[in-house]
Design a protein around this ligand. Structure first.
Ligand code: ISL
Ligand code: CA
Length: 529
C-alpha cells in the first residue's frame, strides 16, 4: 500500500458548526457541499468529518444511535453520497469519525444485545470524563453498566467477539461505500482490565487506557477490515507515550497509520485536570514535540495538530489573539507545518478564529463544560472563577459557528444558530481569504510546500536553542538539503544568527542578506538550502 497520507494535510469539519444550508441554525451536509471549493482551493487532501450518524446528541454525535443512518438535522444518506462523490471529484478524500468505544444508550444494541456492554454487580469509584461516576444502575438487571463518558454513552464490551464482528461489518459497509478511512475516537480505551478496581481519586486511566488486549483487537480489525482497503487511519489516544505510539503505528505492527498524542495539549495545566490552568512554558512544549519527532522518526508516524473540536483555539492559547493575532496565527502554523507528520487543520484555524467569552453559562452547550460548571458551583467555586476556566479551556471555544462573512451570524445561518457566533465575526471571517496576506493564503502555501518538498516529509528533525524560553527553532535535513525554522513565541524582538540559504516563507516582509536576523514580535521565518 502506498503511504499517500504521509504527504497529505487533513482538514477537520465539525458539521454542526460549519455551514447551515436550510436556515434551521444547524450546520449540515449540504452546507459542506456548498463550501467544497473553498476547501479545495486551500489545498487540503483529506476531509475528516466529526460524527454525522444518527444520534440523540447528548455529546453532539459522539453518542451514536444508529451507525447506518445520517443524523436527521444533517441531511439524508443521499446528501452524504453526493458529498462523497463531490469530494472525490475534487481529488480529495473523506474520512469518517468512528466511535466504537461506546454507543448511545438509545442504540438498539443496548436493549437487544446487553452482552455487547460492560456490566458489574458492584460499581468501582471511577470518575467519568464528564463528571460523576462511570457506573449507572439499571433496575431490570440489578446491575451497573460502565460509561467512561456520559451515562448516555455506555462502553462497548470488546471482549465479546460477536460485538467485534458487528463493528467490523459496519466499518466495511462504510468503506465499501467509498469512504477513505477513519479517525477512531478514544480507540486506546476499548480494552479494560478484567478485574476493575477502585482507583486513587477515581482516576482509573491505567485500567482502561492502552489496556491488555488493545493491540490484539486492533490487529484483528486490521486483518479483517483495514488491510483490505487503501485508506488512512488515525487513532485518538489520550495518555499515550511515544513508545506506545510506535506500537500502534509502526508499519510492521499492522494496526493504525498514526495516532493523536495529547501530551502537548496537557502542558498548560497544573494537574491531571485540564481546568487547573497554568501558563505554558515554551521549553516544555519544545521538549515535548522534540521527543515525539525523534520518537517516531523511523518507526511509526506522527499526526500534527494544535486544534480540534475539543481544544481551545490555538491563537488564543499559545499566541496573542489581540494585537498580534494574524502574525501569531501564521507563526503557530509555521512551527507545526514544517515538522514531520500529517498536519490537521481544524475549521476556522485557517482564519485565525479565536476563543469566545459568553457571560452566562446558559450560552454554553457542551456537556463537559456544563457538568463541570455544576460540580464546581456545588463545591463552592464562584461563577467568575469557573468562567475564567471555560474561557481558557472550554470545548465550545472550538464549536462556535464558522465565520464565513460579516453578514449576520457570520453568514453561517439565516436562522438562529444552535450556539452563538463569536461576536468578532465582523472582523474575522472568510470573506477576505483571497487577500494575499491572509492567514488562509499562508496555510495554502504551507500545504503546497508539503506536497512538493520531500524534506518536509522525510527530513531529520533537530531542535536549536534548547534553553530559549521564547524562541522555537529547529532544522530539518535530508540528503543535501536543509530547512531552518525560527518561530518567535513572544511580542519582543529576538536576535538570532542568519541561517544559510534563502528565505522560503515568513510572516513578515522579505529581508535577505544580513548576518543576523532580528525577529519581530511573533515572527516566523524559514530558510531553505
Ligand atoms: O475533551 C476532552 C477534554 O476536554 C477529552 O477528555 C475528551 O473527552 C477525550 O479526548 C475523548 O474525546 C473524544 O471522545 C469523547 C467526545 O466527547 C470528544 O468530543 C471526542 O473527541 C467521547 O466520545
Ligand atoms: Ca441546517
Amino acid at each position: 500500500m502506498t503511504e499517500w497520507w504521509k504527504k497529505s494535510t487533513v482538514y477537520q469539519i465539525y458539521p454542526r458548526s460549519f455551514m447551515d444550508s436550510n436556515g434551521d441554525g444547524i450546520g449540515d451536509i449540504r452546507g459542506i457541499i456548498q463550501k467544497l471549493d473553498y476547501l479545495h482551493e486551500l489545498g487540503v487532501d483529506i476531509l475528516w468529518l466529526s460524527p454525522v450518524y444518527d444520534s440523540p446528541n447528548d455529546d453532539n454525535g459522539y453518542d451514536i444511535r444508529d451507525y447506518y443512518e445520517i443524523m436527521k438535522e444533517f441531511g439524508t444518506m443521499a446528501d452524504f453520497d453526493e458529498l462523497l462523490e463531490k469530494v472525490h471529484a475534487r481529488d480529495m478524500k473523506l474520512v469518517m469519525d468512528l466511535v466504537v468505544n461506546h454507543t448511545s444508550d438509545e442504540h438498539a444494541w443496548f436493549k437487544d444485545h446487553p452482552d455487547f456492554y460492560i456490566w458489574r454487580d458492584q460499581p468501582t469509584n471511577w470518575r467519568s470524563f464528564f463528571g460523576g461516576s462511570t457506573w449507572e444502575y439499571q433496575k431490570e438487571r440489578n446491575q451497573y453498566y460502565l460509561h467512561l463518558f456520559s451515562k448516555k454513552q455506555p462502553d462497548l464490551n470488546w471482549e465479546n467477539p460477536e460485538m467485534r464482528t458487528a463493528v467490523y461489518e459496519m466499518m466495511r459497509w462504510w468503506l465499501d461505500k467509498g469512504v477513505d478511512g477513519f479517525r477512531m475516537d478514544v480507540i486506546n480505551m476499548i480494552s479494560k482490565v478484567p478485574d476493575m478496581q477502585d482507583a486513587v481519586n477515581g482516576d482509573a486511566s491505567s485500567q482502561f487506557m492502552n489496556g491488555p488486549n488493545v493491540h490484539t483487537y486492533l490487529k484483528e480489525m486490521n486483518t479483517q477490515v483495514l488491510s483490505q482497503y487503501n485508506i488512512v487511519t488515525v487513532g485518538e489516544t489520550p495518555g499515550t507515550t511515544p513508545k506506545e505510539a510506535r506500537d500502534y503505528t509502526a508499519a510492521q505492527n499492522q494496526e493504525l497509520n498514526m495516532i493523536f498524542t495529547f501530551e502537548h495539549m496537557d502542558l498548560d495545566q497544573a494537574s491531571g485536570e485540564k481546568w487547573d490552568l497554568k501558563p505554558l512554558d515554551l521549553i516544555d512544549l519544545k521538549e515535548n514535540l522534540e521527543k515525539w519527532q525523534h520518537g517516531l522518526y523511523d518507526e511509526g508516524w506522527n499526526s500534527l495538530y494544535w486544534n480540534n473540536h475539543d481544544q481551545p483555539r490555538i491563537v488564543s492559547r499559545f499566541g496573542d489573539d489581540q494585537k498580534w493575532r494574524v502574525e501569531s496565527a501564521k507563526m503557530l502554523a509555521t512551527c507545526l507545518h514544517f515538522m514531520q507528520g500529517t498536519p490537521y487543520i481544524y475549521q476556522g484555524e485557517e482564519l485565525g478564529m479565536t476563543n469566545v467569552r459568553f457571560d452566562a453559562i446558559e450560552e454554553y452547550k457542551d456537556i463537559e463544560t456544563i457538568n463541570m460548571y455544576q460540580e464546581k458551583r456545588a463545591a463552592g467555586i464562584s461563577h467568575d472563577d469557573i468562567m475564567m476556566k471555560i474561557y481558557a479551556k472550554g470545548r465550545d471555544n472550538a464549536r462556535t459557528p464558522m465565520q464565513w462573512s460579516d453578514a449576520p451570524n457570520g453568514g453561517f445561518t439565516t436562522g438562529t444558530p444552535w450556539i452563538k457566533v463569536n461576536p468578532n465575526y465582523t472582523d474575522i471571517n472568510a470573506a477576505q481569504h483571497q487577500e494575499p496576506d491572509s492567514i488562509y493564503q499562508y496555510y495554502k502555501k504551507l500545504i503546497a510546500f508539503r506536497k512538493n518538498m520531500g524534506i518536509i516529509t522525510y527530513g531529520d528533525f533537530q531542535l536549536l536553542h534548547h534553553e530559549d524560553k521564547e524562541l522555537f527553532a529547529y532544522t530539518r535535513t535530508w540528503n543535501r538539503e536543509s530547512l531552518t525554522i525560527y518561530c518567535n513565541f513572544s511580542n519582543q524582538p529576538k536576535t538570532v544568527e542568519r541561517p544559510e540559504g534563502d528565505k522560503l516563507i515568513g510572516n513578515y516582509d522579505c529581508r535577505n542578506g544580513e548576518d543576523e536576523l532580528v525577529l519581530k514580535p511573533y515572527e516566523a521565518v524559514v530558510y531553505y538550502k
